[in-house]
Design a protein around this ligand. Sequence first.
Ligand code: DX5
Ligand code: ZN
Length: 218
Amino acid sequence: MSTLIAPSILAADFANLQKDCEIVNKSEADWFHLDVMDGVFVPNISFGMPVIKAIAKHATKTLDTHLMIVDPDRYIKTFADLGVNVLTVHYEACTHLHRTLQAIKAEGMQAGVAINPHTNVSLLEDTLMDIDLVCVMSVNPGFGGQSFIENTYNKVRNLKKMINDLGAPTKIEIDGGVTDKNAAQLVEAGADVLVAGSYVFGSKDPVATIAGLKSITS
Ligand code: DX5
Ligand code: ZN
């Protein structure tokens, strides 16, 4: 399977969201990555339900929603009703992660777990069979445009080994600081999905930039 590319809408032009949705639609991108931040779990506030509802009206691809919020269980049904396909919660924000994963699946969505740079992948071992996607944060969550943390490669290799050993159905997503400089090495380490925000929307031609990422990683 070729690597999936998920442009992060956090780096889009919020006054022209329809235009940027159409750019992603017509590009070789596979998913829309939507970053929801609450100002509590992370030191920033991004966007929430009304904006996702507006994006869902235009987006023709999988909606991959990354919740950087405390107590995400409160909103699982709401995100399902908005048309979200993959719902990712933070390991560090869930007291009963196994229960949260089941609740996401019960609403018909794929269940993702994001881990901060300091969280060891071994902590996911007991829930891995229930996780559709692990989002390995390659920056500290909260902001776009940060630089990639090099230790991510080790984490991805360790996680990939655990997935293979257990025969888990889990995809590995990398989020933060992804560019043409690290994409191939990430795929080699075991990444299945690459999120890219500022590298895509900060470029002159996002459609060509996405095509470039796709060709580097296929
Ligand atoms: C960071 C977000 C990322 C962000 C990535 O908290 O989860 O998805 O949008 O942005 P770039 O690609 O600019 O690092
Ligand atoms: Zn994200």
